[in-house]
Design a binder for this molecule. Structure first.
Ligand SMILES: Nc1ncnc2c1ncn2[C@@H]1O[C@H](COP(=O)(O)OP(=O)(O)OP(=O)(O)O)[C@@H](O)[C@H]1O
Length: 314
C-alpha cells in the first residue's frame, strides 16, 4: 500500500475529561476513498481535527506524506483540505473572493486557471460573482469544497458531506467526490449514513466510543460478514415456533405469517435444505420463499452491538 497518511497510537482526552479517542492506528492509501463510519459522538470529528492539526492529540503521531502533523504542521497542513460540517464563510463575500482568500491563507496566490477549474468542476463558475448569502444550501456546501480544494491538497477530508442534504443532492455530491478521486485526490469522509459508505468507499473504518473497531475493504467486509436472510411466507399463521425447529434459530414475523431464517451464505452448509425438509416433515406449508442480502447497515449494527457485548465501550 502506498501510504499517504499514517495515524499511530492517537488518543485524545479533552480538558473536560472526556476521552474521545483510544489509541487509534490507521493508514490511508494514496488515491483511495475511505469512509469513517460511526454513531454520534464516536470520535470522527476529533480524529479528523487531529489529522488536520486543529486539535492536539494527547498521545500518538500523525504523518502526512512523511511530515509530522505537529512538528511540521505547515508542511503537513498544506497537503490536506478540510470540508467542515458547518458553514464557516463570510456571507457578504463573493464565491470567487472566498475561494481565492482560502488559497492565500496557505501562502499560495495566483493560478487563476486552477481556481476556475475547481469552480467549474463544482458547477459554481457561473455563480462566481454571487455573494454566498444568495446561494442555495447545496451551492454553499460546494463553496466549502471549493475552499478546501483551493490550495491544491493531496488529501480531502469531508466531515459529513451530505448531512441534512436531500437525496438528489446527495447523489450529486457522491458523483462529485468520485470525480475528485479520479483526478488523483485521496478522499476521507465521515458519515452516519451507511448507504454513503456502501456507495462510495473503497475501504470502511468503523469507529465507536473512540475505538476503531474495524478497518476493512468494503467488498471484503460485506463478504465476510454478509449474512443472508430467508423469509418464509406460511400458508397458516403460527403462534409459536415448534421445538423441532430450534436448531435454525428462526424468528416469527408479521404476526406469525412469516418465518425468518438468517444464514451465512459463505458457509458450506446454509441449513436451507434441511430446514425445508423439516418443515415438510412437520406438515408446515409455505407459499413463498424470499432471500435477501444484508446491507452494510446490518453489519454495522451487528458490529456495534458486538463491541458493546465485548466491553469495547470506554
Ligand atoms: N472540544 C471538546 N471538548 C470536550 N469534549 C469534546 C470536544 N469535542 C468533542 N468532545 C467529545 O468527544 C466525543 C467525540 O466527539 P466527536 O465530535 O469527535 O464525535 P463525532 O463522531 O464526530 O460525532 P458526530 O457524528 O455527532 O459529529 C464526544 O463525547 C464529544 O462530546
Amino acid at each position: 500500500m502506498d501510504t499517504i497518511l499514517s495515524v499511530s497510537g492517537v488518543s485524545k482526552t479533552y480538558g473536560s475529561g472526556t476521552t474521545a479517542l483510544h489509541s487509534v492506528d490507521l493508514d490511508i492509501a494514496k488515491g483511495e476513498i475511505f469512509a469513517l463510519l460511526g454513531p454520534n459522538g464516536a470520535g470522527k470529528t476529533t480524529l479528523i481535527s487531529i489529522i488536520c492539526g486543529i486539535v492536539t492529540p494527547s498521545t500518538g503521531t500523525v504523518t502526512v506524506m512523511g511530515h509530522d502533523a505537529i512538528n511540521e504542521f505547515r508542511a503537513a497542513r498544506r497537503l490536506v483540505g478540510l470540508v467542515p460540517q458547518e458553514l464557516s464563510v463570510d456571507m457578504f463575500e463573493t464565491v470567487l473572493a472566498t475561494v481565492k482568500f482560502s488559497r492565500r491563507l496557505f501562502g499560495r496566490s495566483g493560478h487563476d486557471a486552477y481556481i476556475e477549474e475547481v469552480l467549474r468542476d463544482l458547477s459554481l463558475w457561473d455563480k462566481r460573482d454571487a455573494r454566498i448569502m444568495e446561494l442555495s444550501g447545496g451551492m454553499k456546501r460546494r463553496v466549502l469544497i471549493a475552499k478546501a480544494l483551493s490550495h491544491e491538497p493531496d488529501i480531502l477530508f469531508l466531515d459529513e458531506p451530505t448531512a441534512g442534504v436531500d437525496v438528489s443532492l446527495r447523489r450529486d455530491m457522491w458523483k462529485l467526490i468520485h470525480r475528485l478521486r479520479d483526478k488523483g485526490t485521496t478522499i476521507i469522509l465521515t458519515t452516519h449514513y451507511i448507504e454513503e459508505a456502501e456507495e462510495m468507499a473503497d475501504r470502511v473504518g468503523v469507529i465507536d466510543k473512540g475505538k476503531l473497531i474495524l478497518v476493512e475493504r468494503k467488498a471484503e467486509l460485506m463478504k465476510r460478514l454478509g449474512k443472508r436472510q430467508m423469509l418464509i411466507s406460511l400458508q397458516e399463521p403460527m403462534g409459536t415456533i415448534p421445538p423441532e425447529l430450534e436448531e435454525w434459530h428462526l424468528e416469527l414475523e408479521d404476526e406469525g405469517k412469516k418465518l425468518l431464517y438468517i444464514f451465512d451464505a459463505t458457509s458450506e452448509r446454509t441449513g436451507i435444505p434441511s430446514l425445508l425438509r423439516k418443515l415438510a416433515e412437520l406438515g408446515i406449508g409455505f407459499k413463498d420463499l424470499e432471500t435477501s442480502k444484508s446491507s452494510l447497515e446490518d453489519i454495522f449494527v451487528d458490529l456495534v452491538a458486538q463491541g458493546k457485548a465485548e466491553g469495547v465501550a470506554a
